[in-house]
Write a protein that binds this ligand. Structure first.
Ligand code: UT7
Length: 324
């Protein structure tokens, strides 16, 4: 008995930016990017593909798959760090765009872990009121927040949106356990400053501009360790081992991070869903995009145990276990 996914959807921008094209933008090579990250291409938002528009399209597809009308939705949660505007929230734009007129709406920022944090929050609302139906969306337009002269970061990220409609089921299915953590003391290793302050007293010293900044090597180490701990945490809470898990859908950051995770946890390669080569790291959108793709490919059956794990700026991390 619990919170189940009623439908999934996603929306990727049309424009594909390949590694070969990146070679003419920064000093890099397809070979370097593929071998260090596993990324071959990423999507870049264009006209009609603003953050809220990608999110709304993904939401409409999830609603259609769920057979739920927009006005049946009680809450819209949008996980993003590239909100359309600072105010109102992207969730409010989505609520209007899709006609979810009975829903309240808000954004949540937990960087790349945001979708899982939102999924868990939705579960708490649904546990409190079984009649609720909630849209949880992960969306990013990180192409708008990258320093296209910094080869350390601009090759990694991409744009896109993924969404789920969740509701209550009396069956044995649902969200089983979650396990989350944060460590704000390490914020500087993966961060993005906001706009310059108009109040000089509140300005951040040495504001370096509003784009992604990252200490790649350190992030790498923390990401592997934190996701490993979160996976152990969630499995221990449920009292099961990885052999009981049918599919692992991790945050799609980098193939080397995922390979390390697989090695440390001894996950059979065939249980891992990976699509990072096509879309790069889409931050909060990566798990719901991967989930939609895995679902559409028929890789998840009713009753399967599915494990999600994520890591992102903050630092933030977590794992969620569901019975599909
Ligand atoms: O959601 C979490 C988000 N963050 C991540 O997933 C990032 C985690 N970190 C990583 O995946 C890796 O640290 C990177 C892929 C970012 C970098 O790989 P690395 O093996 O840690 O390389 P590095 O930073 O130690 O750099 C090695 C060399 C350097 O050159 P020198 O100093 O040895 O001459 C870099 O300047 O590679 C150079 N380099 C590049 N060369 C070609 C850095 N970026 C590039 C590039 N193309 N795009």
């Amino acid at each position: 008995m619990g919170t189940v996914v009623l439908g999934t959807g996603s929306c990727l921008p049309e424009r594909i930016l390949t590694n070969v094209e990146l070679e003419s933008i920064v000093d890099t090579s397809d070979e370097w990017i593929q071998s260090r990250t596993g990324i071959a291409a990423r999507r870049i938002g264009g006209k009609g593909e603003k953050t809220y528009q990608l999110a709304a399209k993904a939401a409409e597809r999830a609603l259609e798959a769920a057979g739920v009308m927009a006005d049946e939705i009680d809450l819209v949660i949008v996980a993003t760090l590239t909100s359309h505007m600072l105010m109102p929230s992207t969730a409010c734009f989505v609520q209007d765009e899709i006609g979810a007129k009975n829903a309240f709406a808000y954004d949540l920022n937990a960087a790349c872990s945001g979708f899982l944090f939102g999924f868990d929050a939705a579960d708490k609302y649904i546990q409190a009121d079984h009649s609720k139906k909630i849209l949880v969306i992960g969306v990013e337009t990180l192409s708008s927040r990258l320093n296209w002269k910094d080869r350390n970061t601009c090759i990694l990220f991409g744009d896109g949106a993924g969404a789920v409609v969740v509701g209550y089921s009396e069956s044995e299915r649902g969200l089983l356990k979650s396990d989350f953590g944060s460590d704000g003391s390490l914020w500087e290793l993966l961060c993005m400053y906001g706009p310059q302050s108009l109040n000089p007293d509140l300005e951040i010293e040495n504001h370096p501009g509003s784009h992604v900044l990252m200490g790649g090597r350190e992030v790498f180490k923390h990401a592997v360790r934190a996701m490993e701990d979160a996976v152990h945490g969630v499995l221990d809470k449920e009292g099961i081992g990885l052999d009981s898990v049918d599919l692992v859908i991790p945050h799609q950051a980098n193939i080397r991070i995922l390979n390390k995770l697989v090695e440390r946890l001894s996950i059979p390669q065939e249980k891992l869903f990976i699509n990072v080569s096509k879309y790069g790291n889409t931050s909060a959108a990566s798990i719901p995009i991967a989930l939609d793709e895995a679902n559409n490919k028929g890789l998840i059956s009713v009753g399967d145990t599915v494990l999600f794990c994520a890591f992102g700026g903050g630092f933030t991390w977590g794992a969620v276990l569901i019975k599909w």
